[in-house]
Write a protein that binds this ligand. Structure first.
Ligand code: HEC
Length: 114
């Protein structure tokens, strides 16, 4: 029931330094899961991770699996994310590591198509 959890999270957060880009980036349409690369975990990741910020902050990141896993703890401890269930967390971290790992760095992509 990730979607329900995500919707229950606070939607209004004060502006934070690192989010400037995400908040000011022109997003003409509301995002939906297809903004993320297709694959196992696409929807779960989208609904768990887009409650507080746009997925731009994810799409421009390139972390190892260990770093993504650590980020889940940081998001819970420092940003108030509801802890993910173990199976969901594994699926989401696998998905993030596969699509947003160091080798699939968004920095290598055309920013105008991002
Ligand atoms: C409860 C709200 C919340 C949820 C849910 C959330 N985040 Fe975040 N996240 C934040 C906030 C707030 C920041 C900015 C913190 C800052 O600027 O220091 C952030 C920052 C980030 C960053 C940037 C980290 C950096 O410093 O480079 C990434 C990547 C990220 N989130 C990924 C995710 C992923 C992946 C998920 C889903 C598993 C997720 N977030 C879910 C609140 C949330």
């Amino acid at each position: 029931m990730l979607a329900v959890l995500a919707l229950a999270l606070p939607l209004a957060l004060p502006p934070v330094g690192n989010l400037t880009f995400a908040q000011t980036a022109p997003e003409a349409e509301p995002e939906d899961p297809s903004i993320l690369p297709a694959g196992d975990g696409q929807e779960e990741t989208f609904y768990a991770c887009s409650a507080c910020h746009s997925t731009a902050i994810i799409r421009r990141s390139a972390f190892t699996r260990e770093q993504w896993d650590g980020l889940m703890d940081w998001m819970v401890e420092k940003q108030g994310m509801n802890p993910l269930e173990a199976a969901d967390r594994r699926q989401i971290v696998d998905y993030l590591a596969q699509h947003f790992g160091p080798r699939a760095s968004p920095r290598g992509r055309n920013p105008f198509l991002n």
